[in-house]
Design a protein around this ligand. Structure first.
Ligand SMILES: NC(=O)c1ccc[n+]([C@@H]2O[C@H](COP(=O)([O-])OP(=O)(O)OC[C@H]3O[C@@H](n4cnc5c(N)ncnc54)[C@H](O)[C@@H]3O)[C@@H](O)[C@H]2O)c1
Length: 319
C-alpha cells in the first residue's frame, strides 16, 4: 500500500508536452531490455523478480551487500512458490526456470557503474523526496540519453522527483502493488512533461511484465489510493460516530460489497502510521477537503504505537 502527498490539482488537466530533446513524432517506444531497480526492499525485490522472470536483464541496487543478499534470498523463496504452482507437474522445468531467472539477476551497491547499460531505472527506495531527488539527479548526469527513469512512489508527486533531472520527458511513474509478483495492476503515471514515447514504453514494459497497466495523471494517490484511503478513513469516522461496530463494518463490506477485506482489516494490513502519513500529507495541501480529514481515533492509535499487523495491534489485536 501506499502513502500520500498532494500535487497541484491543475496538473491533472495539463496536456503532455511533445518530446523534449527528440525531434520527431515518429519515435517509437524504446525497447526495454536492461533494467536497474534501485531499492531491494519489499517492492524493489518484487519488481526485480517479475522483470527478471519476463526476459529482462536486471540489476538490483541497494546500500549494502547484506541487504541485497536478503533481497535475493527472498526472491528465491518467492520463485520457488511460483514454480510449485506453475510447474507442478514438471519440477525439472521449474528448476530450470528459477536458474534462468536468477542468471538474469545481478546486484550492485554502486548504481553509477550500472547506469551506462540501463534502458530503464525503476526507483523503489525510502519514501523521501530529497533522497529520491538526490539519487536521480546524480544518475541523470551519467545515464545514456535514451534511459527512462521511473519512480514507484505512492505518495510523492512524480514531477517533484523528476525536477532534479534534465530528462523530464523521459521520466514517469510506475506504481506497483504489494506483493508485486501477485498483484496484476500497475499505475503508469505521466507528468505534464512526460513524452508520449516514454509513456508508451512504460505501458509496454508493464504489459511485458504480465501486468495490466492503467494510465494516471500525476495527482495525489493516483487512482487506487485516492479512492481507497478516503474510504478507509470514512469507515473509521462511521465507527467513531457509533454507526456500527468495526466488526460489523468489516463484515458488511466483505459480504455486501464483495471486498476481500473489510476497511479495518485492510487498514491494519496497510499500517495505521502509513494511512496517517498519507492523509496528513493530503490535508496539509488541501485542508478544506472533507475527504482528507484525519480521525482522532486513528491519531490516538498511532500515538500509542498501535500500527496494525506489524506492531501486533491496531484496530484489532494480532497476538
Ligand atoms: N510497501 C508497499 O506496499 C508499497 C506499494 C507501492 C509503492 N511503494 C513505494 O515503494 C517504495 C519502496 O517501498 P518499500 O515498501 O519497498 O520500502 P522498503 O523499506 O521495504 O525498501 C526500501 C529499500 O530501499 C533501500 N534504500 C534506501 N535508500 C537507498 C539509496 N539511497 N540507494 C539504494 N537503496 C536505498 C533500503 O535499504 C531498502 O532496502 C516507496 O517509495 C513506497 O512508497 C510501497
Amino acid at each position: 500500500m501506499s502513502v500520500g502527498h498532494i500535487s497541484t490539482p491543475t496538473m491533472a488537466f495539463c496536456t503532455r508536452h511533445v518530446v523534449r530533446g527528440f525531434s520527431s513524432s515518429a519515435l517509437r517506444p524504446a525497447v526495454i531490455k536492461h533494467v536497474m531497480i534501485i531499492g531491494g526492499g519489499q517492492m524493489g525485490a518484487g519488481i526485480a523478480q517479475v522483470a527478471a522472470s519476463t526476459g529482462h536483464s536486471v540489476t538490483l541496487v541497494d546500500t549494502s551487500e547484506e541487504i541485497l543478499n536478503k533481497s535475493v534470498k527472498g526472491i528465491e523463496g518467492s520463485l520457488k512458490r511460483v514454480v510449485k504452482k506453475k510447474f507442478a507437474d514438471k519440477p525439472e522445468a521449474g528448476a530450470e526456470f528459477i536458474h534462468k531467472v536468477l542468471q538474469s539477476l545481478s546486484t550492485s551497491t554502486h548504481a553509477e557503474s550500472v547506469i551506462q547499460s540501463s534502458d530503464l531505472v525503476v526507483e523503489a527506495i525510502v519514501e523521501n523526496l530529497k533522497v529520491k531527488q538526490e539519487i536521480f539527479g546524480r544518475l541523470d548526469k551519467l545515464a545514456p540519453q535514451h534511459t527512462i527513469f521511473a519512480s514507484n512512489t505512492s505518495s510523492l508527486p512524480i514531477a517533484d522527483i523528476a525536477s532534479s533531472t534534465s530528462r523530464l520527458d523521459r521520466f514517469g511513474g510506475l506504481h506497483f502493488f504489494n506483493p508485486v509478483p501477485m498483484m496484476k495492476l500497475v499505475e503508469v503515471i505521466a507528468t505534464p512533461a512526460t513524452s508520449q514515447e516514454t509513456f508508451d514504453s512504460l505501458l509496454n514494459f508493464s504489459k511485458v511484465l504480465g501486468k495490466t497497466p492503467v494510465s494516471c495523471k500525476d495527482t495525489p494517490g493516483f487512482i487506487v489510493n485516492r479512492l481507497l484511503v478516503p474510504y478507509m478513513l470514512e469507515a473509521v469516522r462511521l465507527y467513531e460516530r457509533g454507526h456500527g461496530s468495526k466488526e460489523d463494518i468489516d463484515i458488511a463490506m466483505k459480504l455486501g460489497a464483495g471486498y476481500p477485506m473489510g476497511p479495518f482489516e485492510l487498514s491494519d494490513y496497510v499500517g495505521l502510521d502509513t494511512i496517517k502519513f498519507i492523509i496528513d500529507g493530503w490535508c496539509e495541501k488541501d485542508p478544506g477537503n472533507p475527504l482528507f480529514k484525519s480521525s482522532e481515533m486513528l491519531n490516538k492509535l498511532v500515538s500509542e504505537g498501535k500500527l496494525g499487523r506489524k506492531s501486533g495491534e491496531g484496530f484489532y489485536k494480532y497476538k
